[in-house]
Design a protein around this ligand. Structure first.
Ligand code: CDP
Length: 784
């Protein structure tokens, strides 16, 4: 148990209001597009209308003549500086500006720089590009057909196949399947979607020719990593690069990769010697940056007659688009997809994934998920429901029978992960009780008799968050630790800087609460600063719910170093030995004489005014935390839906979400995270798809086609929690930000399929639109 501090101190567990919100609700946030520098000019991309075409010529003459146009950069110009291609985050390379061919619609072809953004956009229209259309490959299932067009001329291997990756014991799994009396199969697509953050991607590149310093204001979830990549790829000395990520309006993985617009803005600023701003439009964001998912999956489960699962076999085709730009640790070609055994105790398992190129935008980003875990959780939770239906067992009962039991932790999965702690039945029982499961099943039975369609869907997911540990996890070779630096000022106030970067998660509040918990300095006296590579300690950034497990841990460890030093100073002030001192939030006191004490504020003052001989002045510490393992949060979600037979519309009547992220820093912020993630899950389940026609034209490239849920579509979320601390995290916390996005899609889909199961429906692919449901109802003869 974590000792509770007073509300004035505001340590862990206090639902204190978010410090950052006072500036956001007053419109005083400072986003990249708010940055206005003297002499700043603007960049605009010329993009390809074709998905696959040879680039025959680019004529920039007319565009250059437009008054206000300063420069036009093409792939050929970049090639001279060896920058026409850049490395992706996953052992591939990607065109910055097209050279030779374009490989997806909206690919970057030229970069126009002008005095204002409207002139830049107008001039982009005047750039004349001649294309010769080539056959287009859209369907990943056809990527390796003998007659498929080969997309990547630049690669030695003349194939659209990128990788084959497998893990687990194939022979043992196959054997289990041969002998199994019960088997179930599900083919499920985790469709191509996009995080669509409120703020699109952008940057201001400011190269100062006098100091040779490049400052890049960047919508970056990983400022330090981006600085290093700019140095390595651009050849600029790293000390001369400062990446500044100001406020960010949502990242969700979209702001992890380096995009061509960033590189072009930097090149333009280096060339022109003035600041260059590039901010993408909404359509550019949806069409060309970081898509997510696009996993085409098959799961088979072998079980005995009593419904005890034995083996899981998974085969997946991953559509990576034109370049393999998946943003994930280098040892994991399919991310952490092998967490696909989920919360269940399988003896054997085998999982294989093949990646292919198609004429679509690259990305493969971890959209609010720890590198492909949403796909994995969706698949296993769907497969479990399909098997339960096959056995005519209640899906809650079936899950209970197959959960990994609490006494089995730490639990090694057949695919190699070691789960730190868990109590899946505890979370499910709580969710069942909150939703009133038995009554709902009765109601469903009654409704079925009357021909009404009502469904209940369960998802008992396991997440894996907090990459590192550094021995296994690196991105582009940089090990995945993270950091915190705390400085306590003479008056007992403090500033802390981290290697992570909030994009709306409330870090300015929660990290301050960790310091308050550990040192007793009130959270309101602690300033948190992230996103400036000139001042913050090096870190890998914020994505995959890693901030609490890594920088959160580093904050506690740095605070503990400070407390050790504070003890030395307290002993000096109280004229006793350190061994005689005891700590109580915010002060050291002499054992047995509590009135003889020194507060952390008094100690801080002494650290600068009355230092014991031989001790360094000051009170500060830095910690680079390399977690020994991931943390494995989990949850049980239950969704209740009613389906309108006339329109096929699915109404989410109830949604209960019980989450377990170990010890909670700020329950109000956690609840906010859950609400946001569930709303995204709802959108993915029912509304969102980045689709392509047979010519590779993007069908979901505007917010008219790519729907964002509003308050009208969003149901009331009922949240609850259980607490199973992580045994290896310094204060027993696990990450939580992405859990709702990971766990909820399966609950929504399971509910819809449950509503239609008596009609023989076993699966419907997302997004489950009214049209799709209506077609099923028509096919089943429910409507004429
Ligand atoms: O890396 P990211 O910030 O996206 O994810 P996270 O570590 O799961 O944290 C999301 C937000 O929830 C942060 O403000 C955390 O401090 C907070 N949180 C919490 O209050 N208690 C936890 N056990 C986990 C996260």
């Amino acid at each position: 148990m974590i000792a509770k501090t007073s509300p004035e101190v505001g340590g862990m567990g206090h639902p204190i209001k978010r410090k950052e919100d006072s500036r956001f609700i007053q419109g005083k946030g400072n986003y990249v597009d708010d940055v206005r520098l003297p002499g700043m000019v603007y960049g605009h991309m010329v993009r390809s209308p074709y998905a696959h075409a040879r680039l025959k010529s680019i004529n920039t003459e007319k565009a250059k003549q437009l008054p206000g146009v300063l420069a036009i950069i093409t792939g050929e110009d970049l090639a001279k500086a060896n920058l026409a291609w850049m490395p992706t985050l996953f052992f591939d390379k990607q065109m910055v500006l097209a050279t030779g061919k374009v490989l997806f619609q909206a690919q970057e072809v030229a970069f126009v720089v002008a005095e204002d953004q409207y002139t830049a956009a107008d001039a982009a229209e005047l750039v004349e590009v001649e294309y010769e259309e080539l056959p287009v490959l859209v369907d990943p299932h056809k990527a390796t057909d003998p007659d498929a067009p080969i997309l990547r001329d630049d690669r030695e291997e003349k194939s659209n196949h990128i990788f084959h990756w497998e893990v687990g014991d194939r022979a043992a799994t196959d054997r289990d399947f041969q002998n199994a009396p019960v088997k179930a199969t599900v083919h499920a697509i985790s469709q191509r979607c996009h995080p669509a953050p409120l703020e699109t991607c952008g940057c201001v590149a400011d190269f100062n020719k006098a100091t040779e310093k490049l400052t890049v204001y960047l919508t970056s979830q990983a400022p330090h990593a981006h600085r290093t990549l700019f140095a390595l790829v651009g050849g600029i000395p790293e000390q001369n690069i400062r990446v500044l990520s100001p406020d960010i309006g949502g990242g969700f993985g979209n702001k992890v990769p380096i995009y061509p617009g960033y590189v072009c803005a930097v090149v333009a600023s280096l060339t022109l010697g003035v600041p260059v701003k590039w901010i993408e439009t909404r359509s550019e964001n949806l069409q060309s940056t970081g898509f997510a998912r696009d996993y085409h999956m098959t799961a088979e489960i072998a079980a005995d007659k009593n419904g005890k699962v034995k083996a899981l076999r998974v085969k997946t085709l991953a559509d990576h688009g034109a370049f393999n730009a998946a943003a994930q640790p280098t040892k994991f070609p399919a991310g952490l997809f092998s967490v696909c055994t989920g919360s269940y105790d399988f003896e054997n398992s085998f999982c294989e994934v093949d990646g292919v190129y198609t004429n679509k935008a690259p990305g493969g980003i971890a959209y609010r998920c720890s590198f492909r875990i949403t796909e994995a959780a969706y698949l296993i939770e769907r497969a479990i429901d399909v098997l339960a239906a096959e056995l005519k067992m209640d899906p809650a009962e079936f899950r209970r029978k197959n959960f990994i039991q609490p006494d089995k932790f730490p639990y090694k999965t057949p695919l190699g992960w070691t789960y730190d702690s868990g109590n899946y039945e505890g979370a499910l029982d709580k969710a069942l009780e909150m939703v009133g499961y038995r009554e709902l099943r009765k109601e469903q039975e009654e409704k079925r008799k009357k021909g009404e369609l009502m469904g209940i869907g369960i998802s008992s997911f396991t997440e894996a968050v907090g990459a590192g540990p550094a021995h296994t996890f690196d991105i582009a070779g940089i090990k995945m630790f993270d950091s915190a630096e705390i400085r306590v000022h003479p008056t007992g106030k403090a500033i802390c800087r981290m290697g992570t970067k909030s994009q709306g998660q409330g870090h300015e509040t929660t990290y301050a609460q960790i310091v308050a918990q550990e040192l007793g300095i009130p959270a309101s006296d602690v300033i948190i600063e992230e996103g400036d590579t000139d001042t913050a300690p090096y870190g890998l950034g914020t994505y995959a719910s890693r901030s609490t497990p890594t920088s959160g841990a580093a904050t506690a460890m740095a605070a503990r170093k400070i407390r050790d030093k504070a003890k030395e100073i307290a002993a000096h002030l109280l004229e006793c030995s350190e061994a005689d001192l005891e700590w109580e939030t915010g002060k050291f006191f002499v054992k047995g004489a509590p009135s003889k004490s020194k507060t952390i504020q008094e100690i801080a003052f002494a650290a600068y005014t009355n230092i014991p001989e031989g001790l360094e002045a000051g009170l500060e510490a830095v910690n680079y935390y390399d977690p020994p393992n991931l943390t494995f949060p989990f949850g049980a979600y239950i969704c209740v839906v009613d389906i309108d037979k006339g329109t096929g519309e699915v109404k989410v009547r109830r949604f209960v979400a019980v989450d377990d992220c170990g010890n909670v820093i700020n329950p109000m912020i956690v609840e906010g995270q859950i609400h946001g993630g569930l709303t995204e899950g709802l959108a993915i389940a029912f509304m969102q798809l980045i689709d392509y026609d047979e010519n590779g034209n993007v069908q979901g490239g505007t917010l008219m086609d790519y729907l964002i849920p509003t308050a009208v579509e969003t149901p009331h979320w009922e949240t609850g929690s259980t607490c199973t601390p992580s045994p290896h995290h310094p204060f027993g916390a696990k990450g939580v930000g992405e859990s709702p996005n990971v766990g909820s899609p399966a609950a929504f889909v399971n509910a819809v399929v449950d509503a239609l199961s008596h009609l023989g429906v076993k699966h419907i692919d997302m997004p489950i639109t009214p049209w799709k449901v209506w077609k099923v109802l028509k096919e089943k003869g429910v409507v004429s």
